[in-house]
Every structure is written in structure tokens, then in C-alpha cells.
Write a protein that binds this ligand. Structure first.
Ligand SMILES: NC(=O)c1ccc[n+]([C@@H]2O[C@H](COP(=O)([O-])OP(=O)(O)OC[C@H]3O[C@@H](n4cnc5c(N)ncnc54)[C@H](O)[C@@H]3O)[C@@H](O)[C@H]2O)c1
Ligand SMILES: O=C(O)C(=O)C[C@@H](O)[C@H](O)[C@H](O)COP(=O)(O)O
Ligand SMILES: [Zn+2]
Length: 370
């Protein structure tokens, strides 16, 4: 078991970095040999949940290849993905005299990965970092593609940089310590991959529902590999989101607005699920999807323990927050719709009325609809 793929750059001419999918940390030291770290310092950046479970083990492995290893841990959660935490990390790096050849190691979920990548992109105008993603969401999505950043005044990923890691190494066994809700949050991005790019993969996910529930490791390996393939193909073609990469934002326009308005009380993948239902709803209303396809999509999110409706939101507030997200161009939202199952498009013509109707649909009031 175990798989790998390579991310290429500059029209496929150079190899940028490998994504290594393993079932232990055993091969990590070998993977790091090529970076000649024997005289370098490494800083493991992690959070308060991951630190007690994996930091010591990782430190021992890294000490085999590097001169020294320090650890920076911050309180877990999206509410700490901000410039205050980055500042504390900079302070630690300065105190420990990190120079341009030293490296950061992101050990954790997407919060750790995004924040570490941003610190690496900006400290001394840019140092290297590697990703060791430990949540399902980070393994299939956030560790790949070099989008790094932090939230600013609760605006999602408002400050950031494109900065590619030198390596993505994942040990699938760490998923055994991940809370169930966090696991299914990752499924929010995985379903997105199928819906926007590959209907066959979406159907495969439905067919393998029970193996996924049971965390059958062979199935998870296949699923994670397939999602990494889909994301890699998109970011290789369009690393800085000039075009096609925007498709990976399916579900995020309304999703990010909900995430902000709910003060990060809902998980990222849960908000993406809600945003995906809303975007699929608009796609149905435009006759891109059939009614049956739309309701099947909704059922699949339920099957993967993801929310399909939300209460206590103001439609107007969600619309306003949607307009403050990054995907605005000349006052118009770049909305991602499904043209058909497995094929997404960028659409600049979605009206406020369509968005309000979709938000109203997910703002489902059971009593009113009985
Ligand atoms: N850069 C990108 O392309 C990209 C893509 C998708 C999402 N994101 C960002 O990623 C973030 C969400 O990532 P996430 O869902 O991983 O959240 P997260 O980083 O908060 O991790 C989820 C929770 O699980 C814990 N955890 C992680 N791995 C664990 C393990 N193996 N065992 C036990 N606990 C573990 C964490 O401590 C945290 O409490 C959001 O900020 C989102 O904006 C970025
Ligand atoms: O990699 C991308 O591109 C994505 O859009 C992946 C998303 O899942 C991720 O949440 C991303 O951070 C959202 O991008 P943003 O530019 O809207 O912050
Ligand atoms: Zn996302």
C-alpha cells in the first residue's frame, strides 16, 4: 500500500513537489534526505490537539535529518488562524535565529497548514515549508496547491500568498484519532471534487459509503489519492487562480459567508456543504441539473453526515457577506455552478435574487414546511 504523485510547474516542464500517501511516518526521513537538512533548523508548527499525539514522534524523525528541531504549538481552531498567531510564530523564529535555509513543518489540519505556509511565504521574504496534513480535509485539499493565508477580522483567508510546499507527506493512520465530525467535514471537499470534475468519482463515493464509514484503509487510500489527483490537475494548470482554479471554490461563496456569520462555530467542510447545496440549487433552477440530480446530491450530503440546512440566518446578511468574499470582480460575484454532474463552470451572471432564493432554500424552517 502507499501511493505518490508529483506536482509539476511551468507547463509541466519541472517537477515541483511530491505528494506522498503512506500508512506510517516510516518513510518520512528518506523523503527528506534530498533537501540536505543536516546543517539546518526545522520548526514544527502544530496545534494544541495534534501536539500531544504526534509532535514528539515527528520531532524524533526530523532529528535524524536536521541539525535541530523546535516546536511551535498554538490553540486549535479557526479562530486562531490569524495574524496574532503568525506574529507569535515570527517571534519564535527570530528568537531561534531561523535563517533562509531553515524550514517550517506544518503538522496538522488546514488551519495549521494555511498559517504555516503563510508564515513561510513571508518570514525573511520566503523560506521553505513542508506539509504533514493530519485531517482528512488537509490531506485531500488544503495541503496541496500552495494557497496559504489567514483570516482577518473574521474575513476568510483575506491575507495570504501563493507559496508551494517542498513536500506533502501524509500518514493515513492519523485519521484514526480524528473526531468524526472533522472526518465528515473533509467529505465536504471530497464530494466537491466529484461534483465539479468527475461524475464517476462522485458515484464511486456513493458506492463506497459503508467502507468510508468504517474507515477501510484501502478505500480511504483510493479516495484520498483520487481527490489529490483531481486537485493537483487543477492547480498545476492554474496555480494562481487566473481561471480554472476558481472551480475549486464550488460551495465556498456562500460557504465562507456562513462560516464568518456563524463565528467559525461550524466547520469549514460543513459550510462548504451548505454552500454546495445552495450552488446546486441555482444549477437546478437554471435547468443545468434535473430535480432528481439535485435531490440526490442533497441526500448524499446527509449520508455523509453533512448539514443541508441551517437556521437563524438573515438572508440579507448572508448575501452581503457573500459580496465581501474574495471572488468579486468589478462588483459581480464569480459564482461556481454545476453545468452538469461532474462539470463546474464559473458564472458571472448569478443575480442577487437567485442567491437569495438559494439561501432561503437552505434556511429551511421545518415547521413552516411541514
Ligand atoms: N489552502 C487551501 O487550499 C485550503 C483548502 C481547504 C480548506 N482550507 C482551510 O483549511 C481549514 C480547515 O481545515 P481542517 O478541517 O483540517 O481544520 P483544522 O485545521 O481546524 O483541523 C480540524 C481539527 O482536527 C484536529 N486534528 C487534526 N488532525 C488531527 C488528528 N489526526 N487527530 C486528532 N485531531 C486532529 C485539529 O486540531 C482541529 O481541532 C480552514 O481554515 C479552511 O479555510 C484551505
Ligand atoms: O485550492 C483552492 O483553490 C480552493 O479553492 C480550495 C478550497 O477548498 C479552499 O477552502 C480555499 O482556501 C478557498 O480559497 P479562497 O481563495 O476562497 O480562500
Ligand atoms: Zn475549502
Amino acid at each position: 500500500m502507499g501511493k505518490r504523485l508529483t506536482i509539476h510547474g511551468h507547463n509541466n516542464k519541472i517537477e515541483l513537489y511530491d505528494i506522498v500517501i503512506e500508512h506510517s511516518f516510516d518513510r518520512l526521513a528518506d523523503e527528506l534526505e534530498k533537501f540536505n537538512l543536516s546543517k539546518q533548523k526545522l520548526c514544527i508548527v502544530t496545534d494544541s490537539n495534534v501536539y500531544p499525539v504526534y509532535a514528539k514522534q515527528l520531532e524524533e524523525i526530523l532529528l535524524k535529518v536536521a541539525d535541530s528541531v523546535i516546536v511551535f504549538s498554538f490553540p486549535a481552531g479557526e479562530s486562531n488562524k490569524n495574524l496574532n498567531t503568525v506574529r507569535e510564530l515570527y517571534e519564535k523564529l527570530i528568537l531561534e535565529k531561523f535563517d533562509r535555509k531553515d524550514m517550517l513543518v506544518a503538522l496538522g489540519g488546514g488551519v495549521v497548514g494555511d498559517l504555516t505556509g503563510f508564515a513561510a511565504a513571508t518570514y525573511l521574504r520566503g523560506i521553505s515549508f513542508i506539509q504533514i496534513p493530519t485531517s482528512l480535509l488537509a490531506q485531500v485539499d488544503s495541503s496541496i496547491g500552495g494557497k496559504t493565508g489567514v483570516d482577518f477580522d473574521s474575513y476568510k483567508n483575506m491575507v495570504g500568498a501563493f507559496h508551494q510546499p517542498k513536500l506533502v507527506y501524509m500518514n493515513l493512520q492519523v485519521l484514526n484519532t480524528l473526531e468524526s465530525a472533522q472526518f465528515y467535514s473533509g467529505m465536504g471537499e471530497i464530494l466537491k471534487h466529484g461534483l465539479i470534475k468527475n461524475e464517476g468519482y462522485y458515484i464511486w463515493l456513493i458506492e463506497h459509503l459503508y467502507e468510508i464509514y468504517e474507515k477501510n484503509m484501502e478505500t480511504l487510500e483510493e479516495m484520498i489519492y483520487e481527490s489529490c489527483l483531481i486537485k493537483s490537475a487543477v492547480v498545476e494548470k492554474d496555480p494562481k487562480e487566473q481561471g480554472e482554479r476558481a472551480l475549486l471554490n464550488f460551495g465556498h461563496t456562500i460557504g465562507h459567508a456562513i462560516e464568518k456569520l456563524k463565528n467559525f462555530q461550524l466547520l469549514h467542510g460543513e459550510c462548504v456543504a451548505l454552500g454546495s447545496i445552495a450552488a446546486a440549487y441555482i444549477s437546478w433552477k437554471r435547468d443545468y441539473l434535473t430535480k432528481e440530480e439535485f435531490y440526490e446530491i442533497r441526500d448524499i450530503y446527509v449520508a455523509f453526515h453533512l448539514p443541508i440546512s441551517i437556521t437563524d440566518i438573515s438572508l440579507e446578511e448572508v448575501l452581503e457577506a457573500t459580496k465581501l468574499d474574495k471572488k468579486m470582480e468589478s462588483g459581480q460575484i464569480k459564482f461556481i455552478l454545476l453545468k452538469k454532474m461532474g462539470k463546474a463552470i464559473v458564472d458571472n451572471t448569478v443575480s442577487d435574487e437567485e442567491i437569495l432564493e438559494a439561501i432561503n432554500f437552505i434556511n429551511y424552517d421545518e415547521e413552516e414546511n411541514e
